[in-house]
Design a protein. Structure first.
Length: 449
């Protein structure tokens, strides 16, 4: 791993957010066999991770190009893995996974784990801090079956072990204070290659907001990082930073989770709970005041999945889609621009398979068809123009979309086990070999090899 003093995230960046991805059962969708068609372009610190130690101590001193000084080493502890399916069990075929953040994207298939886009804080995991406009292999041999991307950091689960890298300015990597193992000096703000979060081997889910992280291990829910709006679910808020996982209550039956910019939602026994920042009603509990501990959203017990955006949330109940929170550009898909502080149903369909929430846009998959709505200035809806939509709009006629992930102003999705991206490309987050300010309003196939 390489650790160092990174640029960090100035508070002015808090308006930028990451997106989430979730299927109806909280897992990536399975692969399809059809062929793509698009032009190719070149509260307990002794919980899991509580030791505060990263897995692989650096062995060689070096300088990161750009912004931090640190040490580098091989990944260690994560050798070639048996292919895993979307549930984390052994399988004959490696399932393709896509995840996106504010201005970056990661994708995993049988060939390995790749990331591209912004790399200001080492979030691409390749040992550098240089942006990459084409897919680049993550350092080491990590072969995750779960993958999540925050605004400037990334986490992955491989056979129950949790690995994170990127910015750690608010303790969001969950490893305690990053120290130089040779000198004991602290104050390092980032990892530019993957490091293991403690020694726990039972992680099942992980997701990230802008500055905080939550995960499920053996059914128990843990959160860490920034807690200004109470997003860690500890019953308090403030400027405190928690740099190792804290248990959220004592329940051990949490099923899945979805994080927004500064809010958190999770499901247990198919009941939905949300907490944290709620200025636009994104917690869905009928308030625009911050919620400091898990609070049940309504009384329904048929929630299957949830995804958090910058200031809005969407979830699936028995195949029906609901959204709530900020709606200034139509991100809720309700045909208007009014915020909602409780779940509102999107249309009448009952065959939604998955939903993903970005900064101010949303996408979902129904029976293999991809729909997007909300903000579209960069073409992130993928419908061929830059006009916002307040209702779901289908992305082309294809019916073989497998998964979708949203960043701040870009979208990536999987079709025939291959990634396609569209929208903003100012940081190379589309993976098409360029950095440009032009909108890209149609899906473009990303070349991996």
């Amino acid at each position: 791993m390489l650790l160092g003093r990174c640029l960090g995230l100035p508070l002015a960046w808090l308006a930028s957010s990451c997106g989430g991805i979730v299927t109806a059962d909280g897992t990536p969708a399975p692969g399809a066999n059809s062929q793509p068609e698009n032009a190719r372009v070149g509260v307990d610190p002794t919980g899991p991770g509580g030791s505060g130690q990263a897995a692989s101590p650096p062995t060689n001193r070096g300088d990161c190009e750009g912004n931090c000084e640190g040490q580098s080493s091989s990944l260690g502890g994560a050798g070639p893995a048996t292919p895993v399916d979307e549930q984390g069990g052994a399988s004959g075929e490696t399932v393709a996974i896509v995840a996106a953040d504010g201005r970056g994207t990661c994708f995993r298939d049988e060939a390995g784990l790749y990331c591209w886009g912004n790399n200001r804080n080492g979030q691409l995991g390749n040992g550098s801090m240089e942006p990459h406009a084409v897919p680049t292999r993550v350092h080491g041999s990590l072969d995750p079956d779960r993958l999540a991307v925050g605004y400037s950091f990334t986490c992955a689960i491989e056979r129950g072990s949790l690995w994170c890298w990127g910015i750690n300015q608010w303790g969001n990597l969950g490893m305690g204070e990053l120290q130089d193992p040779e000198t004991g000096a602290g104050g390092y703000d980032c990892l530019t290659t993957p490091g293991q979060v403690g020694s726990e081997m039972s992680w099942q889910r992980v997701d990230m907001g802008l500055l905080h992280t939550c995960g499920i291990a053996s059914g128990a829910l843990f959160c860490w990082g920034y807690n200004r709006q109470g997003q860690l679910g500890q019953g308090n808020s403030g400027w405190g930073v928690h740099d190792t996982p804290l248990s959220v209550g004592a329940f051990t039956d949490w099923q899945t989770l979805g994080l927004g910019r500064h809010h958190t939602c999770a499901i247990r026994q198919q009941a939905l709970y949300c907490w944290g920042w709620s200025d636009s009603g994104q917690t869905g509990v009928g308030t625009t005041t911050d919620v400091e501990q898990p609070t049940r959203v309504g009384t329904d017990s048929d929630w299957d999945g949830v995804a958090g955006g910058e200031s809005h949330t969407c979830g699936i109940r028995s195949g029906a889609l609901y959204c709530w929170g900020a709606n200034e550009e139509g991100a809720l898909g309700l045909g208007d621009y009014d915020d909602r502080d409780r779940p509102a149903r999107v249309g009448t369909s009952t065959d939604w398979d998955s939903v993903a929430a970005g900064a101010r846009h949303t996408c979902g998959i129904r029976d293999g068809r991809l729909f997007c709505w909300g903000a579209n200035a960069a073409g992130q809806l993928g419908v061929g123009d830059v006009e916002s939509r307040a209702l779901p709009a289908q992305v082309g006629p294809r019916q073989d979309w497998e998964a979708v992930a949203l960043g701040f102003n870009h979208t990536c999705a999987i079709r025939a086990r291959a990634p396609l991206c569209w929208g903003d490309n100012s940081d190379g987050q589309l993976g098409i070999g360029s950095f440009d300010e032009e909108p890209h309003p149609e899906p473009i196939l990303v070349e991996l090899h």
